[in-house]
Ligand binder design. Structure first.
Ligand code: HEM
Length: 154
């Protein structure tokens, strides 16, 4: 089967199983970032870097469409964007908590599970990359913690 056809088949299977649609992705992303922006842990990390939210939200619709539906809509380099951020395990835990909360509010249980599993995997890989950029090689299941001196620029 040619790759494009295979991808269409996988997308159709995901849609049949989860009911995920582009408008649902938009509701999830908008709801999630509304929580993020008013969050005590994450708000300031985003507000320091994102001045125009609508383009960021549009990029995130494309990202989640690519990741959750294999639509191929997103072309970007998330790892490079996250490497310089002043974040560690606490930020990722909070990110995942808010994302999971929003997904369960907005989506069917099947769709929420699909989004949450993907988010967990991507978050773990970003945390690994951020640790690596700080010269910390995380072992299996290990988390990245900044030191007490709080070497957290920004
Ligand atoms: C510690 C948690 C996180 C924080 C504080 C964070 C923060 C940010 C910030 C500030 C940006 C904008 C960067 C820029 O434009 O310079 C960004 C972009 C982005 N984030 Fe995160 N993020 C976090 C976790 C995640 C996770 C878990 C995912 C995926 C599941 C994700 C996916 C993305 C994507 C796709 C972009 C757009 C990159 C691009 O410009 O193409 N982020 N994030």
């Amino acid at each position: 089967m040619p790759p494009a056809e295979r991808r269409e088949k996988i997308t159709a299977e995901i849609v049949a199983r989860t009911g995920i649609t582009e408008p649902l992705i938009e509701r999830l992303v908008r709801g999630f970032y509304a929580k993020v922006r008013s969050d005590a842990v994450l708000g300031r990390v985003f507000e320091a870097r994102i001045h125009d939210w609508e383009p960021h939200l549009q990029r995130m619709f494309a990202f989640w469409s690519s990741v959750a539906l294999m639509s191929g809509r997103y072309h970007g380099t998330p790892m490079a964007k996250h490497m310089p951020l002043p974040v560690d395990a606490d930020h990722f835990d909070r990110w995942l908590a808010l994302f999971g909360e929003t997904a369960r509010e907005v989506c069917s249980p099947e769709a929420a599970t699909h989004f949450i599993e993907l988010a967990r995997r991507i978050a773990a890989s970003l945390e690994l990359g951020i640790a690596g950029a700080q010269g910390v090689l995380l072992g299996n299941g290990e988390r990245f913690r900044r030191n007490e001196a709080g070497e957290m620029p920004g």
